[in-house]
Unconditional design. Structure first.
Length: 305
């Protein structure tokens, strides 16, 4: 199973033919599109025409069933092939004209009814469309398209996820190389700590032997010099990270947690090897390189589902 990016886009354009009459003026077309970008959770936004409340509920459920994370925009844009025939409501227009004439005569005013103004009045214009029937046919068509459209979106998200996996694996390779570099320097760094320990022992013993001070010095230096556990945990985290990438699925949050743990190990190694000098400087450089690779990986997985 691949990992999925949260970035994707899919669109379908459909023309609906009137079932009763095969006429161009009865054709209706629409565009249904899906766009998704990264988000901590699943955030669904729908833009559809009024009057499709039941369809909106169904579309939201379909999106939530198919997707786990991401900001998802679904847009349904409807367009007719030709303008519908429009007419006027004779009774409404006649009543407006009669009211105008009556008011003019009663108050002794001058003027004639303005047809443009009358036709803008509520109820003056009417069309031959069958609104409810059109919405029913539209909803039925969209229901048949949402499944394939979601499949297309997931294909694109999987393709993007494959590219992300390649980038992350390359980052893990560099992180492994840096970790191995620290492991190779570890014996020499330990030797330098031992030399410093010998110098401090000499200073501590002097003419009067202070056992308590000696034990304290040994405890501090041994603790600072030991990065074996951090190296072992770093290798374990890298291996687990690769396993999650190979398994695929919904791994974004797990990968983010692992990177937090890796960053903690890198910080601990840097704190333990600081101020040693010599090859210790190189170990610091490797530790900083590890942190840089971890940060790059964290930026990438922000888009992993």
């Amino acid at each position: 199973m691949p990992i999925y990016s949260m970035t994707g886009f899919a669109r379908v354009q459909v023309r609906i033919q009137d079932r009763e009459q095969d006429r161009d003026q009865d054709q209706m077309s629409y565009t249904l599109s899906l766009k998704s970008v990264n988000h901590r959770f699943l955030d669904v936004q729908l833009r559809i025409p009024n009057g499709l409340d039941a369809l909106e509920v169904e579309l939201r459920k379909a999106l939530k069933d198919a997707l786990v994370r991401g900001h998802v925009d679904l847009t349904l844009a409807v367009d007719r092939a030709t303008q519908q025939k429009a007419g006027y409501n004779r009774e409404v227009v006649a009543s407006y004209v009669a009211a105008f004439n009556a008011a003019r005569d009663e108050f002794g005013l001058r003027g004639e009814p303005d047809l443009n103004a009358i036709l803008r009045l509520p109820g003056a214009l009417q069309s031959d469309n069958r609104g409810e029937d059109d919405l029913t046919v539209l909803a039925e068509s969209v229901r048949g398209q949402i499944g394939p459209l979601l499949h297309e979106l997931k294909i694109m998200r999987a393709r993007e996820g494959e590219a992300l996996a390649a980038v992350l694996n390359a980052t893990l390779d560099r992180l492994t190389e840096a970790t191995n570099g620290v492991a190779e320097l570890r014996p020499e760094i330990e030797q330098r700590f031992q030399d410093r320990l010998a110098q401090r022992l000499t200073a501590a013993v002097g003419p009067e032997f202070n056992r308590q001070r000696l034990l304290e010095e040994v405890a501090v230096i041994v603790e600072r010099s030991d990065v074996a556990e951090e190296l072992a945990r770093m290798h374990t985290h890298i291996g687990h990270f690769r396993e999650l990438l190979a398994a695929g699925g919904e791994v974004g949050k797990k990968l983010d947690f692992l990177l937090q743990e890796m960053n903690r190990e890198a910080n601990t190694m840097l704190s333990k090897t600081g101020g040693v000098g010599g090859k210790g400087t190189r170990m610091t450089e490797l530790g900083l390189a590890m942190k840089a690779e971890i940060e790059k990986a964290r930026e990438q997985i922000q888009n992993v589902e």
